[in-house]
Structure formats: structure tokens, C-alpha cells
Write a protein that binds this ligand. Structure first.
Ligand code: ADP
Ligand code: MG
Length: 689
């Protein structure tokens, strides 16, 4: 329980001073300005007073029990301070001080010693190198943090890794008149972890939604578990910073080069039902909608406007967001017709026209909210000087009161009328200034419910020969090398992954037997760990129709590669739609599965999607649909589609293989031929660590 951190009964500030530019001073100031409900104890060896609080020379002298301390003294003094706090029975220490993990090896050591010391006393460390926490719950009102954004109670709780970003999120909620609930920027995360805090927020009744910014995941699995438990009842909005490629994976496979931090974060967010953003402003704008509106139960949007253009912008953005334009019932249409001006347009958007008055707006909003086919409403209104805009705002508010469907309002006006925006916001309506922003906020809310309400299943039990697979993997564990082709295909076979017949060939003398096993037409391929792209180096001979051809192909190919290279003869399969399935180790998380279309789609367009292994059936189906090229698999313009069930099965089996054997650090099935019936993996590369 983190009550001692977020609901401390008493706070001490170690490093408190009368220097107004010191962190300790500002923490004291913030605690007192925002009316912390418990006692505040500045600690300073000189004693005296800091602001109006009596300072103690040591925390040991404080006469009361202390749950939380804020520490901002130099890292050199930290061990002594931690010891004193421990002896005093302090439960949580926020360490603002820098000079730890972020400065390298020495700092890492310092951090480790600090945590060990704290744990000896049962004390937990928050930070170091962190800005601190806040809880705006009026029962507590704790601003144990050294920054500047005023604290006002709200219902969005914020977790940020860095203080600068955390403050940014808070600031922009504040700027639109919303406060926040709990806040923290967790810095180095040396002891208390982000998932622990997330779990605490998840259980907090006053937190309606959680907004987070993450730079790196210390424990991705823990995050995934905690977030997955929260999102069924509470939205999590997140940004993963640092979306550049991490070069930690070998570049020899497509999966390896395409996977990066961003892909990993997206895969985790999707699995956990977290709404991901790539833009801070959009995340905050969405949060303002989550703060007051009930997320929609479907994708159908109704739009109301008093001017044409912005209505069209709202339509365009809604469609890009994956929303669907709602249609009205006959009765709804009739009511619009009788309530609005004759020149109003009654479709979607409803254009009430510029001269529309407050009653027109009321009728339009009320009608749409009562339509069964409408899941959400965007109301646009330009403050036409010949209308009573205050009355319009009032009536919009009346029409939305008590509705369980989300409504956003977009007001086009200039500063003289900003009071109107404040009034709408004060009546719990999110207000934006661009039509697109309203659609995006609703789109984000729908992304949440679509994730929340999707089919959730466990990864299925599959019939596999795990022992056979284990025997192959065991032979190569520790090699950190690519499996010989015949063994890689045997591994696929053990997991029921369809592939052509193969036979291993070491020398010309093996060809006859190999041809008998495989049959004609067949393919000859070089089999060497050094040859990454076999066809580029003349290591693939296709369309061999008899033994004589096979022998001459072998003669030509074996001249090209070093003595001692191995080869395989493989059954030739008819060409199909090429797809690629890969799996790659994702440290701390397990394995990520990649799906894409082969050839230029993967090489040029990078049209691939990732998911966390092992996949459930719905996840496999979602993953296939996550690529832009999916319609090609369904079949377009007379071209037949492929056997999606077979592809789904393949995804499940590859993901299961990757999850069962973490030492398979890299797997690339490229290409797989997918047919109108069935699919077959004609090439595979697997690296075992
Ligand atoms: P690499 O990717 O190392 O160049 P592949 O084994 O993928 O080698 O072969 C190159 C191409 O040859 C494949 O993309 C596929 O189009 C074709 N091919 C490979 N094996 C077969 C096969 N068994 N049947 C039909 N075509 C094949
Ligand atoms: Mg290949």
C-alpha cells in the first residue's frame, strides 16, 4: 500500500532552508500553500524557522511519527540521512537529489547502497532524481514536489518518468480549468516502481482516468500485468517517449531490424488495453474528455454545426479516427425537421445554420442524444454576433445534462468571448477550438472502449510436440547461432507449422536419396549460417524438375560456396501470397511476434505489426488486421484472398513456439506462401542463444 506516500499523515523535508531558490524551501512552501492536512517538519542542522515552521536539527528530534520525507541534500549525505529516517520509522523517502544511476557506474552503486540501507528499516525510496508526488484529494492535499503548477482537485491521475513531461501534462490540464488527482514523476525508479504506482492509482476511487508518459520500461511484464487489470474499468492514456530504433537486436532478420522500442510499447499497450498517443497535446486534450464524459459504447458519431466547413473537417477527422457517421431514425429526422429552420440540413452533420438560436441547438443536441444509432456527439458553434451565444451555450448544457453519451463542444470565437468557453467547461463539457480536436478526443474515447470491450481469451492450448522441439533446441542452446535448415524445419514441424519437405545434402552422393524424399519439382538451397540472403548469393535454385537438373544445379552451386558448406533439397511449392511471420526476443517482456506481407511490403513499406507472444485467437486476428495490406489477404479486385484461418493458426503456433522457448531469440519465416486453402513456410531462419 502506498498510502504513506500519497496520503502521508506528516511530512518532513530534509534539506529545508530559507534560501528561496532551494528545493527544500520550495517543497515546504508548496506543502503549506496548498494546505497539507498534516504537520510539516523542516529539517536543518541550523534549527531556527523555515517560513513559519519550526525547523528541527535532526529528524530524530521530531516529536511525531512521520510517513514521508522529501530529501534534497547532496548525495554524499544520503546514507546518513537514510539511516536517521530509518531509525525514526519513516515509511517513504522521496529523493529529489541527482547523481545516481544517470551518472553511470558510480551512481548505480550509490543507488544500490541507498536502497539496501532503506530496506533494512522497511523504508521505500521514491526516485532518486525525481520531482516528487502530489495528491490533490482535499482530504490530504499534499504537494510534496518542487514545481510550480497550482494544485486543484481533479480526477485525472498522472504518472511521468521525467518531471518536465509530468509538469507539462499537469500544466495543460490546469490551463483548461481542470485539476488533477494524484501526480508523480518517478525519476530513476530505483526502488518503488512505476507499476506499483499504477496499481495504486487503479484502486483509487477518485481517479477516473490515468495519464502517463514513459521513457523506458524497467519491468515491461509487470506493467503489462498491472495495466491489463486496470483498463477494464479505468482508462489509461499513455505516451512512450524515445520512439527511435534500438539496435540491440541482430540485423540479419527482418523481424530483428523492424522491432524497436516503439513497436514493443505499441504491442504492450494494445495487449493491455492502453490508449496510446504519439502527441502530448492530443493526449491532454483527450484526457479532458475522459475527465467528464462517459466513453462511448460504439463508434457512431453525430455532428451538429452552424457553419459548413468545420462540419466537414469534423467528418474527415472522425473517419480518420475510425469513427462511423451515424444515421438518424425517421422519427429523429422528423423532429429535426420540425424544430429547425427550413434551410437547415438534416443529414450528418446537422447544419442548424448560422442564424440558429438556442432552442435550435437544444433540439438538435437533444434529438441526437436520444437516437439509438448515435454513440457520441460533437457540437460545433461559431459565435455568430447576431445570435445570443450565452443562451446557446446554456441550452447545449441543458441538452447534455444526464446523458450517458459523450459530447464534446467546439467553439469558434475570439478572446472577447472566452468567458463562454469557461462557462461550458464549468458545466463539465470538454471544449476545443478546432473541429478536428473534438473528433480526435471522441476517437480516443472510442479507442478505449473498443480495446476494453474486445474479445479477450487466453492463448489456446495447441497440440505440439514439445519434447521433440526441446531436443532440437537443447542441441544448440549456448551456440548463439542460426540453426541448420533441416533442424529449423524440424522445429517448425514439431509445432505443427506447415512447410515443404526437406532433405539435407552434404555432398553430390546424397542427391539421389534427397530427391526420393522430396520429389520433383524441387528447390536446391545453400545452408550456411554465413549466408543471410541465400538468393542474393546464388544460393537458391528453383524449378528443378529431374535428377539430372538437380545434379547440375548442385555442381554449379557448390562451386560458388566454400568447401564444407551444406545444402538442402526442398519440395517446390506453387507461388502464393507471400507473408512474413517473425518472432524476436523483447528483454523483460518475452517475445514479440511480427506479421507482415512479404517482398516490397516488408522491405520498402515496412508494413508490419507486432504483438506480445503467445497470442490468443482474437489477438492473432487483430494482428493480421493491423497491417495496411490486410485487404490483399482478403482478396481485392477479383484476386482471390488467402486462407485466413490457416494464417491465424500459423501465427498462433509461431507465437507459442517463441513463448515456449525463450532461447529462440530470433525467428523469421520469410516467406510463407499463403493460398486460398492452406499456407506453407518455405524459408526459415532461427537463432538460438
Ligand atoms: P533467401 O530469403 O535466403 O534469399 P528463400 O529460401 O526465401 O531464400 O528463397 C528465395 C525465394 O525463392 C523465396 O522468396 C521464394 O519466392 C522462393 N522459394 C524459396 N523456396 C521455395 C519453395 N520451396 N517453393 C517455391 N518457391 C520457393
Ligand atoms: Mg527468405
Amino acid at each position: 500500500m502506498l498510502d504513506g506516500l500519497f496520503k502521508p499523515r506528516a511530512v518532513a523535508v530534509i534539506g529545508a532552508s530559507n534560501n528561496p531558490y532551494s528545493i527544500g524551501h520550495i517543497v515546504i512552501k508548496n506543502l503549506s500553500t496548498y494546505g497539507f492536512k498534516g504537520p510539516i517538519f523542516p529539517i536543518n542542522p541550523k534549527g531556527g524557522h523555515i517560513r513559519c515552521f519550526k525547523a528541527f536539527q535532526s529528524i530524530r528530534d521530531v516529536p511525531e511519527e512521520i510517513d514521508l520525507v522529501n530529501i534534497s541534500v547532496s548525495y554524499k549525505l544520503i546514507p546518513d540521512v537514510i539511516r536517521e529516517c530509518g531509525e525514526k520509522g519513516v515509511k517513504f523517502a522521496i529523493v529529489h537529489t541527482a547523481g545516481f544511476k544517470e551518472v553511470g557506474e558510480e551512481g548505480i552503486q550509490r543507488e544500490r547502497e541507498m536502497v539496501e540501507l532503506a530496506h533494512r528499516y522497511g523504508m521505500r525510496i521514491f526516485g532518486p532524481n525525481s520531482q516528487g508526488i502530489q495528491n490533490a484529494d482535499p482530504e490530504v492535499s499534499v504537494y510534496a514536489n518542487f514545481t510550480f503548477v497550482p494544485m486543484k482537485p481533479g480526477n485525472i491521475s498522472i504518472i511521468a518518468q521525467g518531471g518536465g513531461m509530468g509538469e507539462m501534462l499537469k500544466l495543460h490540464l490546469h490551463n483548461v480549468g481542470l485539476g488533477h488527482r494524484m501526480y508523480c514523476s518517478y525519476g530513476n525508479e530505483c526502488d518503488l516502481t512505476m507499476p506499483e504506482i499504477l496499481e495504486y492509482y487503479g484502486q483509487d476511487e477518485g481517479t477516473r482516468a490515468i495519464m502517463m508518459q514513459i521513457e523506458s520500461f524497467k519491468d515491461p511484464k509487470a506493467f503489462l500485468e498491472v495495466a491489463s487489470k486496470i483498463t477494464p474499468h479505468k482508462p489509461i492514456l499513455a505516451i512512450k517517449a524515445g520512439r527511435t530504433r534500438e539496435g540491440s537486436v541482430a540485423v540479419s532478420s527482418h523481424t530483428g531490424t523492424l522491432v524497436d522500442q516503439a513497436a514493443m510499447a505499441t504491442a504492450m499497450f494494445t495487449k493491455a488495453g492502453v490508449v496510446e498517443f504519439h502527441d502530448t497535446e492530443q493526449m491532454v486534450k483527450a484526457a479532458t474528455a475522459f475527465s467528464t464524459q462517459t466513453p462511448p459504447t460504439g463508434p457512431r458519431i453525430g455532428i451538429i454545426t452552424n457553419t459548413g466547413g468545420p462540419g466537414i473537417q469534423a467528418v474527415d477527422e472522425s473517419v480518420s479516427q475510425g469513427l462511423v457517421l451515424a444515421k438518424w431514425s425517421e422519427a429523429g429526422r422528423a423532429r429535426l425537421k420540425e424544430s429547425l429552420y427550413a434551410e437547415a440540413s438534416l443529414g450528418n452533420p446537422v447544419d442548424v445554420v448560422a442564424t440558429a438560436n438556442a432552442d435550435h441547438y437544444f433540439a438538435a443536441v437533444d434529438t441526437l442524444l436520444h437516437e439509438d444509432g448515435v454513440d457520441m456527439v460533437e457540437v460545433f458553434f461559431v459565435t455568430a454576433p447576431f445570435t445570443d451565444v450565452d443562451a446557446i451555450a446554456r441550452r447545449i448544457k441543458e441538452a447534455t445534462a444526464g446523458s450517458q453519451k459523450p459530447v464534446v463542444v467546439v467553439v469558434e470565437t475570439y478572446s472577447a468571448w472566452y468567458g463562454l468557453i469557461d462557462k461550458l467547461r464549468a458545466s463539465d463539457l470538454p471544449v476545443y477550438q478546432f473541429a478536428e480536436d473534438g473528433a480526435r478526443a471522441l476517437g480516443a474515447m472510442r479507442r478505449y472502449t473498443a480495446l476494453r470491450d474486445r474479445e479477450r481469451e487466453a492463448a489456446p492450448e495447441l497440440e505440439v510436440e514439445r519434447d521433440a522441439a526441446e531436443a532440437i533446441v537443447a542441441r544448440h542452446r549456448g551456440s548463439n547461432a542460426f540453426l541448420p535448415q533441416a533442424e529449423a524445419f524440424a522445429l517448425l514441424a514439431a509445432y505443427g507449422i506447415p512447410a515443404p519437405k526437406v532433405a539435407r545434402v552434404e555432398a553430390a552422393a546424397d542427391l539421389t536419396a534427397a530427391a526420393e524424399t522430396v520429389g520433383f519439382p524441387c528447390v536446391l538451397k545453400v545452408d550456411s549460417a554465413e549466408v543471410v540472403h541465400k538468393s542474393d548469393e546464388g544460393g537458391v535454385a528453383l524449378g528443378i524438375s529431374d535428377l539430372a537438373e538437380l545434379k547440375s544445379a548442385f555442381k554449379a552451386m557448390s562451386g560458388r560456396f566454400a568447401k564444407g558448406a551444406s545444402y538442402i533439397v526442398q519440395e517446390q511449392r506453387p507461388a502464393g501470397r507471400e507473408i512474413i511471420i517473425g518472432a524476436t526476443e523483447s528483454p523483460g517482456l518475452g517475445s514479440l511476434v511480427m506479421f507482415g506481407l512479404g517482398g516490397i511490403f516488408v522491405e520498402v513499406m515496412k508494413d508490419v505489426a507486432f504483438a506480445v507472444a503467445p497470442l490468443s485467437r482474437p489477438e492473432a486476428r487483430e494482428l493480421m488486421r493491423a497491417i495496411k495490406g490486410f485487404p490483399l489477404l482478403e482478396g481485392v479486385r477479383g484476386e482471390p484472398g488467402v486462407d485466413l484461418a490457416a494464417v491465424e493458426e500459423l501465427l498462433l503456433r509461431v507465437s507459442r513456439l517463441a513463448a515456449d522457448f525463450p532461447s529462440l531469440v530470433e525467428m523469421d519465416l520469410n516467406p510463407i506462401f499463403a493460398y486460398p486453402a492452406g499456407a506453407s513456410a518455405v524459408d526459415v531462419r532461427i537463432r538460438v542463444r
